[in-house]
Design a protein around this ligand. Structure first.
Ligand code: 5GP
Length: 211
């Protein structure tokens, strides 16, 4: 049952994407603090772990061979090469969580987001953008996790990614000095999607009618 007293079907899948440096990590983290019931899909990656990252919490850090084995076993819902590393979404966790009625959030790059939509047409795609494109560079520089070359590559990819914005369901602007507004906007999207009538099976609605 949800707050409206209606029995709900499977959980909802929320995909937050957008260019590197737009603030996906920070915002999704803040959103999850606010909504502890929301499950997070941990991606597998061959990228080197950053000092502040923990295996199985931030990513499943795997070798190239392990990643290929996952591909052979069809264990990834989608995968992409990004900046010379491989990233992919484990299939089982999402399938199981949704079928158990849990909402799931994930944050792949843009092509990955579109691949998820192809597999799950009901997925809600949210495109996160900075208020000014030039802020991307500043954010990437400030976090000091990439070399200058890697930053240049990420900005090139960002330009390409912006071309796909119209294939998303929502746009959220992450203003440099007001990140709490973007968290609030994301939260509003999650809330509204819950109440869309097509998400309720007829049986749930009839059950209310006859109660
Ligand atoms: P980072 O190295 O900064 O953690 O991530 C680089 C890019 O890979 C980001 O745009 C991030 O959203 C994306 N990414 C992370 N996990 C996945 C995934 O499972 N699939 C895809 N397609 N992209 C991912």
């Amino acid at each position: 049952m949800n707050e409206a007293g209606l029995i709900t079907g499977p959980g909802l899948l929320f995909v937050v994407s957008g260019p590197s440096g737009a603030g996906k990590d920070t915002l999704v983290e803040a959103l999850r603090e606010h909504r502890p019931g929301l499950r997070y899909s941990v991606s597998a990656t061959t990228r080197a772990r950053r000092p502040e990252e923990r295996n199985e919490t931030h990513y499943l850090f795997v070798s190239g061979a392990e990643f290929r084995r996952m591909l052979d076993e069809d264990a990834l819902l989608e995968w992409r090469e990004y900046g010379g590393n491989l990233y992919g979404t484990p299939r089982d966790y999402i399938e199981q969580s949704l079928s158990e009625g849990y909402d799931v959030i994930m944050k792949p790059e843009v092509n990955g987001a579109l691949a998820v939509k192809a597999a799950y047409p009901d997925a809600v795609l949210i495109f996160l953008v900075p208020d000014r494109f030039s802020n991307l560079r500043e954010r990437l520089l400030a976090r000091r996790t990439e070399t200058n070359e890697e930053i240049a590559r990420r900005l090139e990819i960002a330009q390409q990614e912006m071309k796909f914005i119209r294939r998303f369901d929502y746009i959220v602007v992450n203003a440099q000095d007001r990140p709490q507004e973007a968290v609030r906007d994301l939260d509003a999207i999650l809330q509204a999607e819950r109440f869309r009538i097509h998400r309720y099976p007829d049986a749930s609605i009839h059950a209310v009618e006859s109660s």
